[in-house]
Design a protein around this ligand. Structure first.
Ligand SMILES: NC(=O)c1ccc[n+]([C@@H]2O[C@H](COP(=O)([O-])OP(=O)(O)OC[C@H]3O[C@@H](n4cnc5c(N)ncnc54)[C@H](O)[C@@H]3O)[C@@H](O)[C@H]2O)c1
Length: 409
């Protein structure tokens, strides 16, 4: 019998992210021997009993339920995880927080800043049944790739000097074919925005994570190339697409750095090309998810004869975060491990009371940039990112706390 306290999880949603999160709950105690909890997959929640039972069996969930509210009154549920479409995040998270459950939520945090702010405020006040603060987090899992995390550390240590540029793209091609049916990802009511809220959301978060800078001003352009798509499963019916297939924007960051971002679902041949390049006064770093264990690094500090981009394999257990928890050096890891690493860090923070990021405050900050870019795409003008005063005031003490705990951003 394990001496660790048990942490029972209820997961809402059981498709793409539901499987990625289920895997993380299954693996975290296996790869992180010092994980402070024994994590149990208690209840899997979905709307249709049939497929739900199948997935629960495959991923080892003890029970199923068709409504989160049915289990929120239970004392044996400690953490609620939300892996459903964007329009459900707000209501599910608020119900769980008010019931005193810790909450992990998928990105983007909400449909818009207003919803995200409300979630943040409820989270600030929420208490568990024994009076402790309820903890929260957002699944920007790419932060926890060993190479991305290494990049954040190098930048924090000043290896790039003053940041001048961020150049980020997130390219996919699955909507190039106009006959690809519409899903919740193509209607503003259910997703908020298209490639922007889906893909730029990650780039915005990654920029804030790596550089520790905020976004001050944005200028955006967007396009919906295919305006009608067949309705999934309804022969002869079509659905009007009212979100972007692609959204590109420029940004001025809080130290004056100039940055560019491009999210698209119609870049033929690109499957999940999530790449970020950061240029500073002393050097540059490049992280590309499709080669996720590598980091390209250039330094003016190298002697001129050997100056040039070098590729660092970030799977050295002694040097790179998370790497030592898996296999011998150089035995690479994949997409799913970023979720396990993310979960582990959340559980450590939960036990220790130390800050965890990205939290709902980061979710709000990311959402403010998403919304400002949408406003700019609509008006054709530069838009200042508002950084709500009230929000900034509430977040500042958390940021100071996070900095002193050595957490970047
Ligand atoms: N972190 C990442 O890398 C990443 C990647 C993909 C998606 N996401 C995010 O994860 C979320 C889910 O995306 P997905 O790709 O898993 O979607 P999906 O369409 O594959 O799955 C959505 C699931 O939610 C269920 N569902 C829908 N509405 C529900 C409701 N009201 N209550 C309960 N269940 C409901 C569906 O039945 C399905 O099981 C989105 O917010 C998306 O932006 C994040």
């Amino acid at each position: 019998m394990s001496a660790k306290p048990v942490l029972n999880v209820a997961l809402v949603g059981y498709s793409f992210m539901g499987r990625a999160h289920s895997n993380a709950y299954q693996q975290v105690n296996r790869f992180f021997a010092d994980c402070p909890f024994e994590v149990r997959r208690k209840v899997l929640i979905g709307r249709s009993q049939g497929p739900l039972e199948e997935v629960a069996k495959t991923w080892g969930w003890e029970e199923t339920a068709t409504d989160l509210n049915l289990i929120l009154g239970r004392d044996d549920i400690h953490l609620v995880d939300i892996s459903t479409p964007n329009d459900s995040h707000h209501d599910l998270a608020i119900s769980a927080l008010k019931a005193g459950k810790h909450v992990l939520c998928e990105k983007p945090l909400a449909l818009n800043t207003e919803q995200a702010l409300e979630m943040f405020k409820v989270a600030q006040k929420a208490k568990t049944s024994d009076g402790k603060p309820v903890r929260n987090g957002v699944w920007h899992n790419y932060r926890r790739a060993p190479a991305a995390s290494t990049a954040a550390g190098l930048i924090r240590d000043g290896k790039l000097g003053e940041i001048r540029h961020v150049r980020a793209v997130y390219l996919q091609d699955w909507l190039t074919d106009p006959s690809c049916p519409a899903t919740w990802r193509m209607t503003a009511k259910t997703c908020g925005s298209g490639a922007h809220g889906d893909l730029n959301a990650h780039l915005i978060d990654m920029t804030r994570f790596l550089t520790g800078l905020e976004f001050d001003q944005v200028a955006a352009m967007q396009e919906t190339f295919t305006k009608k798509r067949p309705a999934a499963g309804q022969k002869g019916k079509s659905i009007t697409v009212d979100v972007d297939d692609a959204l590109l924007f420029l940004a001025r960051l809080s130290n004056g750095a100039l940055a560019s971002f491009e999210a698209t679902r119609v870049a033929a041949g690109r499957k999940n090309y999530n790449r970020i390049e950061i240029n500073g006064t002393r050097g540059s770093l490049v992280w590309n998810f499709e080669r996720m264990n590598e980091l390209e690094y250039f330094s003016f500090d190298d002697e001129p004869r050997t100056q040039g981009f070098r590729t660092i394999m970030c799977m050295n257990g002694a040097a790179h975060p998370y790497a030592g928890n898996y296999w011998p050096d150089g035995h690479i890891i994949g997409y799913e491990h970023t979720f396990t690493n993310h979960l582990y860090d959340f559980l450590v923070a939960l036990k220790s009371g130390k800050p965890f990021r990205p939290d709902f405050a980061d979710g709000v900050a990311n959402q403010e940039v998403i919304d400002a870019s949408l406003a700019s795409a609509k008006s054709g003008a530069f838009v200042t990112v508002p950084h709500s005063q009230k929000f900034a005031k509430a977040v500042e003490p958390l940021r100071v706390q996070a900095k002193s705990a050595g957490i970047a951003g």
